[in-house]
Write a protein that binds this ligand. Structure first.
Ligand SMILES: [Zn+2]
Length: 314
């Protein structure tokens, strides 16, 4: 999806503690300017109506400071909706769960609003404005590796949430089996997230060395500390297994990494080499790149939900 002219769109990133909103001008080639940016507390502890009020307030404020009004709005938020009744599920702003937040926000603001989960917004931002822009006419897989492991699929510039809204959820696919497979909170064993998340890297290092360090510190110690080296190799191996499966199933045009572990340089060399050794092909040409938009990807991706054709279709 590529717009044929400049567009001005509003994006909202609704997190458990903060709501951020931006007004963005997007050019057809994917260059963009942030015209205004604002944030406020989600006020989740004050309940459902307070969150609705917070979202409406920050949207009004950001539009006023950019000098625009009643633009299409895209909203990114954790979790999804139940297909049967539109109620929010799995949100970390727990007062939203089980409530028809999407419909209520639309009614409050009296305009069309597009919603996606935050992983899909990350993938959409990087696919249209960021590190995978060159591949936006293809399939981009956006990976989030931080406290958990998630992801999102973008197909020709549009998010592809899938039938159940779980497309891209590669973190709960097993990469270890048998006695080696650690139990996961999801009920399965050996999930990628148990080996390729920040907490997993920290736990592995602590088990090997008897000392605790953050994932960032461990990544910085790989040349001097053999335990860090081993923990990072284990991370790369698990990542490579997951990536090989992903490429076998989806064969994306580009994979872009986000989240705290996207700063681990070894993932792009050793991790990709591990995938190359396991993929069902004699070569692995998939570009695996680091995100370009950093923490802004979520809110920019939300804005991109309403760029292009859909903005005019409402
Ligand atoms: Zn799991």
């Amino acid at each position: 999806m590529t717009a044929s002219r400049d567009e001005i769109v509003v994006g909202v990133d609704l997190g458990g503690t903060k709501i951020e909103a931006v007004v963005v001008r997007v050019r057809p080639d994917g260059d963009f300017d942030v015209l205004a940016r604002d944030r406020t507390d989600t006020r989740a502890s004050e309940g459902y109506d307070a969150v609705l009020e917070s979202a409406a307030t920050v949207i009004a404020r950001v539009e006023a400071s950019a000098g625009v009004r009643a633009r299409p709005i895209g909203v990114g938020m954790p979790g999804g909706v139940r297909r049967s009744d539109g109620a929010v599920k799995n949100s970390n702003a727990t007062c939203l769960n089980g409530r028809p937040f999407r419909e209520d926000l639309r009614a409050k603001l009296r305009r069309a609003i597009a919603f996606e989960n935050d992983a899909n917004c990350f993938a959409l931002a990087e696919a249209t404005l960021g590190a995978a822009r060159a591949y936006r006419d293809g399939v981009v897989f956006g990976v989030i590796m931080g406290t958990g492991v998630g992801g999102g699929v973008v197909l020709q510039g549009r998010p592809w949430p899938g039938l159940h809204g779980i497309a891209g959820e590669w973190g709960h696919h097993p990469v270890r089996f048998g006695d080696d497979a650690e139990p996961c909170y999801c009920g399965q064993r050996g999930c990628l997230e148990r080996y390729a998340s920040g907490p997993a890297l920290e736990a592995r290092y602590a088990k090997l060395s008897g000392q605790r360090h953050s994932a960032t510190e461990i990544a910085g110690m790989y040349e001097t500390d053999p335990h860090a080296r081993e923990a990072l190799s284990s991370l790369c191996e698990a990542f490579g297994r997951g990536l090989a499966t992903l490429v076998d199933v989806l064969d994306p045009s580009c994979v872009v990494l986000g989240g705290g572990l996207s700063n681990v340089a070894l993932l792009y060399t050793e991790g990709v080499a591990a995938a190359r050794a396991q993929v069902f092909n004699d070569e692995l040409l998939t570009p695996v790149v680091k995100n370009a938009l950093g923490d802004s990807a979520g809110v920019l991706g939300a804005a991109m939900l309403v760029a292009g054709e859909r903005a005019h279709a409402g």
